[in-house]
Design a protein around this ligand. Structure first.
Ligand code: AQP
Length: 332
């Protein structure tokens, strides 16, 4: 089975609907046909400030949500990035073949550093894409499912892999990004031109996977729409309604057209009620399962440790080969 790598940052207590629809649903689907590595990327999360005790808890919670959403730790390798030391080690090696200017062209860094200001922007945030390249290349991954905002990082990963292979000899598989369909992109309920995000400034537009169902329903009922009153998809002119349709379609597997037909001649109130029901039905069991897993953190930690050992096995082979190829003296 071809290798696949993807990950998410443990940057909040709960994942949000965009993470679920844009990533977890695809991962779940892909895990049978691929040898998949899914990581909770805590080393990436600390490129912006994190409170230590909270980070630990968020890491567990993120892993629990992967499992609750259907990622099976016996099928896929589901682990915590910092448990596998090779990530940080390979990132260092790759940073020595990354151009300063090349890294400086990454638009996500430009956006994020503008948000934090120069004094609060860490060097880690700057080298974030190099760590991501290490994540992917360690496992000889062929495919990397990501949102389109990560496309540039996967391009950099390919450039670094090709450069290394050319300079030192074949060590890496050249990966390909699998960009999620536009219909899998979810926007903020209150600000439907901005993507839904764990770190949104306001919580009102974010549907959390672990939220109380009544709260999620309320957020949907309050979602921004328009004054037209007709349920149809038009991303440009009706971003709010289009976003709700996208969520509805993604969670039910229905075509957008069929949902439009179902709600033809009915108001937004009815449509939102319908969507609230869909969301509660889908997220409810995930929330329950995640909470069960979190009730027994020792068992969850054991599962993660076992999977980290599986990841180590693959990662260590790549890292040893890389060390050899660049001429580091072997420790006997
Ligand atoms: N709104 C979204 N619609 C579709 N997919 C999304 N993803 C995130 N938001 C949406 C996908 O979820 C995965 C998580 O990636 P991440 O945790 O590394 O960070 P992110 O993409 O920056 O997601 P967030 O939720 O906005 O986190 P923060 O606030 O920490 O930056 C990726 O596959 C992403 O495409």
């Amino acid at each position: 089975r071809p290798r696949l790598y993807s990950g998410m940052q443990p940057s909040a207590d709960s994942l949000q609907a965009g993470n679920y629809i844009g990533a977890l649903l695809q991962w779940r689907e892909m895990q049978s046909s691929f040898d998949a590595f899914f990581s909770v990327v805590d080393l990436h999360a600390i490129t912006v400030p994190q409170a230590p005790a909270e980070l630990r808890e968020k890491t567990r919670r993120t892993a629990a949500q992967y499992i609750a959403a259907g990622i099976e730790p016996s099928k896929s390798t589901l682990y915590v990035q910092s448990h596998v030391r090779a990530h940080a080690e390979l990132a260092w090696i790759l940073s020595t073949i990354t151009g300063f200017g090349e890294a400086g062209r990454m638009t996500q860094f430009k956006d994020k550093s503008a948000r934090y200001g120069q004094d609060s922007t860490s060097v880690g945030l700057f080298t974030y894409p190099v760590l991501m390249a290490a994540d992917i290349l360690l496992y000889q991954s062929e495919l990397v499912p990501v949102g389109d905002d990560q496309k540039q990082h996967v391009e950099l990963t390919r450039d670094l892999a090709e450069r290394f292979n050319k300079r030192f000899g074949e060590a890496f598989t050249i990966p390909k990004a699998v960009i999620q369909k536009d219909t899998a992109r979810i926007y903020d309920l209150q600000n439907p031109t901005a993507k839904m995000s764990k770190s949104a400034e306001s919580d009102a537009g974010v549907l959390w996977l672990l939220d109380d169902p009544a709260k999620s329903a309320k957020k949907i009922m309050r979602a921004v729409t328009d004054t037209e009153g007709s349920v149809h998809y038009d991303r440009e002119n009706k971003p709010g309604v289009s976003n709700l349709l996208t969520i509805y379609a993604a969670l039910t597997g229905q075509q957008i057209g069929a949902i439009e037909d179902e709600y033809a001649g009915r108001g937004y109130g009815d449509f939102k009620k319908g969507l609230a029901e869909v969301v509660v039905n889908e997220f409810g069991p995930v929330r329950e399962r995640a909470n069960e897993l979190l009730d027994d953190p020792a068992e969850l930690d054991r599962v993660l440790a076992g999977n980290a050992a599986k990841a180590d096995e693959v990662a260590d082979v790549t890292l040893a080969d890389v060390y050899d190829k660049i001429g580091l003296l072997r420790r006997v």
